[in-house]
Design a protein around this ligand. Structure first.
Ligand code: L3W
Ligand code: SF4
Length: 436
């Protein structure tokens, strides 16, 4: 793939191929797009061969960490006499992240088919979808699709005459960001307050009800049926050697046409902006996130960074959830970081001191700097607190909260200093009060 190729050729609609059809969420439309053919292929193979195929294809988790999906399935012990569970993490709530909800809304059967294949592979007969609770229309759509799948014989007893049983429970969470952390999600699903558990043991060994459990992101599981239907070589022909395949990039913010762009891993933001009409007219890119607000921010110097796990990592950030939030030159970086930090402070579960106390104090400092009431030394204090959170917190939420502070100071320290010396926000001089 080169920048000389026509931009549209970079798009590879697979999960999003039916989204513009009439009623794309129905079983009939899904079948018209070769739906449930991957399941037929899987049921014709022994479960271990399904795991080997997904592993060889190189599918990596789309929830943020990029962990190899087939390897995770392989961790599930066999012949252990315990129930095995599949839990789909649909608690999408990272700021800027907005791919799983549209996918579920438009194409819920891609997830259900992937769940049946994954459950068959790991020998599970009860799978769960943990959905972000606020999205009631998606909950209803998912419940309707699950009911449709039962009626068609894809769920329940003796699926398609294979002798395999599977039930799916759709569970709506109560709107806590921390419940997207896999072990907090499991506690919440078990009916407790969602707080992260100590790992190890990882869920693959002791997960839901202390039984071996695979926790995968929605997009990871929905990507499985096309691999079964079209083969691992096709999947590997897309993307890069270490980050193969297609994925959903979510473009948001100051762009002409925000939305989901499905493309091979390894495209660049420059290419995606070419396809999507670019930064809004008359403005220029100032900063952006490659994978949601938890991932260190990039600037216009990073337009050609390949958006795959290795490329973004080598440039000093993380691909995360591929939530590309674009900000132009009208944005005050201090204000943007303050808003994100307020989110993390609000969502901190309070279990560990560095994150619980640190995010609170970060917000106090940022609010006063943004309002032009900061003091000399505040920037060092911000970095000191971030350093006391980063790598010293119990789960990734803490690291995620520190990341925008550190990266924005790395790229835009002069803008922070301008707030201190001018004693006002240069973007909004009227904002001189510290917010409540
Ligand atoms: C068995 C081992 N399993 C690792 C499994 C582990 C998990 C997966 C990845 O955080 C990141 C976070 C966010 N035996 C294992 C093993 N596993 N070693 O592999 O684990 P890990 O710890 O690398 O990541 P994580 O805890 O899943 C995910 C970042 O993603 N993120 C955004 C997240 C937001 C959302 C959302 O809103 N939907 O997902 C953005 O960057 O900060 O670093 O399953 O069990 N030896
Ligand atoms: Fe809770 Fe934050 Fe500690 Fe994670 S880092 S356990 S969210 S207090």
């Amino acid at each position: 793939m080169t920048s000389a190729e026509p931009a549209e050729k970079l798009l590879t609609p697979v999960l999003s191929a039916s989204w513009d059809d009439e009623r794309p969420w129905t079983l009939a439309t899904y079948r018209r797009h070769a739906g449930y053919e991957g399941l037929q292929a899987a049921l014709a193979m022994p479960p271990d061969d399904v795991i080997a195929l997904v592993k060889d294809a190189g599918l990596r988790g789309r929830g943020g960490a990029g962990f190899p999906t087939g390897m995770k399935w392989q961790f599930i012990p066999q012949n252990d006499g315990k129930p095995h569970y599949l839990v789909v993490n649909a608690d999408e709530s990272e700021p800027g992240t907005c791919k799983d909800i549209p996918l579920l809304f438009a194409n819920p059967h891609s997830l259900i088919e992937g769940m049946i294949i994954a459950s068959y592979a790991i020998r599970c007969d009860h799978a769960f979808i943990y959905l972000r609770g606020e999205v009631v229309p998606v909950l209803r759509r998912l419940q309707a699709a699950v009911a449709e799948a039962y009626e068609a014989g894809y769920l329940g007893k003796n699926i398609l005459g294979s002798g395999i049983d599977l039930d799916i429970t759709v569970h709506a969470g109560a709107g806590a960001y921390i419940c997207g952390e896999e072990t907090a999600l499991l506690d919440s699903l078990e009916g407790r307050r969602g707080q992260p558990r100590l790992r190890p043991p990882f869920p693959a060994i002791a997960g839901l009800y202390a039984c071996p459990t695979v926790v995968n992101n929605v997009e990871s599981i929905a990507s499985v049926p096309p691999i079964l239907a079209r083969g691992k070589e096709w999947f590997k022909s897309l993307g890069t050697e270490k980050s193969p395949g297609f994925t959903l990039y979510s473009l948001s913010g100051h762009v002409t046409n925000p939305g989901q762009y499905e493309a091979p891993l390894g495209v660049t933001l420059r290419q995606l902006l070419d396809i999507s009409g670019g930064v809004r007219a008359g403005h220029r890119l100032k900063f952006w996130t490659p994978g949601g607000s938890s991932t260190p921010m990039f600037t216009d110097e990073h337009l050609d960074v390949p958006l795959d796990y290795e490329g973004v990592g080598a440039a000093g950030s993380m691909l995360g959830t591929k939530a590309l939030q674009v900000f132009d030159e009208t944005t005050c970086v201090v204000r943007a970081v303050t808003r994100w930090t307020e989110f993390y402070a609000h969502e901190s579960c309070g279990k560990c001191t560095p994150c619980r106390e640190g995010t609170y104090w970060l917000v106090q400092l940022l609010r006063r700097i943004e309002a032009g009431q900061g003091s000399a030394g505040d920037l060092e204090k911000l970095l000191d607190i971030a350093d006391n959170i980063n790598g010293k917190s119990f789960c990734a939420l803490g690291d995620g909260a520190a990341s925008p502070i550190v990266s924005s100071l790395q790229h835009f320290r002069a803008e922070y200093e301008q707030h201190l010396t001018e004693r006002r926000c240069p973007f909004d001089p009227a904002a001189s009060t510290v917010w409540a």
